[in-house]
Design a binder for this molecule. Structure first.
Ligand SMILES: [Mg+2]
Ligand SMILES: [Zn+2]
Length: 163
């Protein structure tokens, strides 16, 4: 039984015209709908996002809280660091997901991680989560195998384990 789905932001909930600038995101039309559909089934929806944009300055002061609230997310966990900071939370490091599990007293097996990159899949796998790759071409181009591949968020509910 999945209690919570964690979503990567960039490339998963929407596309960015420039990843350095968080404000250039265009949300996929089914992002809010998918979160609502999860809620209808009693499943929480949270965001786990690397935002080196904050460390680099272009994302500093950006209203992530307002954005994630608008999306209907229940909570969000943001890594504000860059590669050279050596933090424990920049995916594929597990700090964001570990903090979330500690806060809500869930095990990894009760959660899913949805993302568009290997770092997301690896991070979810390390925490024992059900991993879902979002790939419009429905293909996995890296070594870490996701548990499921979807070509759009609207397919998510069909692939989540129900038992
Ligand atoms: Mg991404
Ligand atoms: Zn970090």
């Amino acid at each position: 039984m999945i209690r919570c789905v964690f979503f990567d932001r960039d490339g998963t909930l929407g596309t960015l015209s420039d990843v350095r600038y968080p404000q250039t995101i265009t949300y996929f039309p089914d992002a809010r709908e998918t979160i609502r559909a999860l809620h209808e089934r009693g499943i929480k929806a949270m965001i786990a996002t690397n935002q080196s944009s904050i460390a680099r300055g272009t994302g500093a002061g950006y209203d992530f809280d307002g954005e994630f609230r608008f999306l209907g997310a229940d909570d969000w966990f943001i890594c504000p660091h860059d590669n050279q900071d050596g933090c424990d939370c920049r995916k594929p490091a597990t700090g964001l997901l570990r903090r979330a599990l500690e806060k809500y007293h869930w095990s990894g097996g009760e959660c899913a991680m949805v993302g568009d990159r290997e770092t997301d899949i690896l991070c979810g796998e390390r925490m024992g989560m059900f991993t879902v790759l979002l790939s419009p071409q429905r293909e996995c181009t890296f070594a870490t195998r996701p548990k499921a591949i979807i070509s759009s968020l609207s397919e998510l509910l069909q692939v989540l384990p129900t038992d």
